[in-house]
Design a protein around this ligand. Structure first.
Ligand code: ATP
Length: 325
């Protein structure tokens, strides 16, 4: 009932009468009052006025199933939501849920990750309550060869959502990082379980630094948070909802052709490396050049002084020649 109560309180400008809530849910006044009390205990500020009813005054920055469901406007993303205080990694948890039969679009959210993952076995700093640690489980009917492009689809969604919610540009550092003022606020890690020609499931993990006031020394030169960049606090559930809504949009466009053909322009417009000198940290041989945007398959086009090279995401990182971006 908490989800429904919250949804009604949110949708109503003024007061909702206790009587109308009783009728809506077919329960007693005491049951409604209990629901309201539970919400208050969770941190919701709800005003109760005799003969008028209840009014939602403010909401806490809570990542609960009922909070996320009461603001949900998506069609399929986040239809099932699993929230945890602590997990090892939301990607690992989502993979377990996939094996247990959870459906396409299941969302996993945690307040803290004990073993947050980055690309190529690296870690993701995930202290309690500091950010968004979420994973979207997909069971896409696409070829396994095309799944890596989903990272770029997710990057578009986060870039657009963060820009909208903060009012400050949040660009993409190819292929999977979102940056604000030259520092990283978000990393995306896509993992897949597949047969030769069939995808069992894909999990897209998104870590966004929201409230962090500082970072460990090893990453402080390249990591930042929404709070550090804007000096404002953000409601994490609203940001998650915005990411999911935008993901649904870009994913639908991607699915039509199973490539990024129709998204290249927008991706390039959000690409902080665009027309910048970059260093491609290829384990075989690093090289420098100028980034010229992406191909419809999500490769980065890099003009070196001798030739034009196409860089695939798998094994490489890209740096600005003079710094992180
Ligand atoms: P890069 O291109 O920056 O090397 P990557 O895309 O190869 O990054 P990711 O998987 O996005 O790697 O992120 C892992 C790396 O990000 C870690 O090795 C660490 O340097 C850095 N990192 C870890 N936690 C955070 C965090 N909370 N915010 C920003 N950066 C982080």
């Amino acid at each position: 009932m908490k989800t429904e109560l919250l949804t009604i309180l949110r949708e109503t400008d003024g007061y909702v009468s206790g009587q109308s809530l009783c009728e809506k849910f077919g329960v007693s006044r005491t049951a409604v009052w209990k629901g309201i009390r539970q919400l208050k205990e969770a941190g919701y500020e709800i005003e109760a006025v005799q003969n008028k009813g209840y009014r939602l005054v403010s909401v806490p920055d809570l990542l609960s199933e009922y909070e996320l469901k009461s603001i949900r406007k998506t069609e399929w993303a986040g239809q099932e939501i699993c929230c945890y205080p602590v997990v090892d990694s939301t990607n690992t948890r989502a993979q377990q849920l996939a094996e247990d039969g959870y459906p396409d679009g299941t969302l996993v959210v945690a307040e803290q990750q004990d073993a947050g993952k980055g690309r190529r076995g690296r870690g993701w700093e995930s202290p309690r309550g500091s950010g968004i640690f979420m994973t979207l489980l997909l069971k896409p009917g696409i070829s396994p060869a095309n799944a890596s492009m989903l990272t770029l689809v997710a990057a578009l969604a986060v870039s657009a959502a963060v820009t909208e919610q903060t009012g400050q540009p949040a660009g993409i550092k190819w292929p999977n990082d979102i940056v604000m003022n030259g520092k990283k606020i978000c990393g995306i890690l896509t993992e897949m379980s597949a047969q030769f020609d069939y995808i069992n499931h894909v999990v897209i993990g998104i870590g966004i630094n929201v409230h962090n006031e500082s970072f460990p020394e090893e990453i402080s030169h390249m990591a930042t948070s929404l709070f550090l960049e804007t000096k404002r606090r953000f409601h994490r559930a609203a940001l998650i909802e915005s990411v999911l809504e935008r993901f649904e949009h870009y994913y639908a466009v991607f699915q039509k052709t199973e490539d990024l053909g129709a998204l290249v322009r927008e991706y390039d417009a959000r690409l902080v490396n665009m027309h910048q000198n970059v260093r491609v940290l290829d384990p075989k041989e690093p090289f420098d050049g100028k980034a010229m945007g992406i191909t419809p398959r999500g490769e980065l086009i890099v003009d070196t002084w001798e030739s034009r090279r196409l860089v695939s995401a798998g094994e490489v990182s890209v740096r600005g020649v003079y710094g992180y971006v």
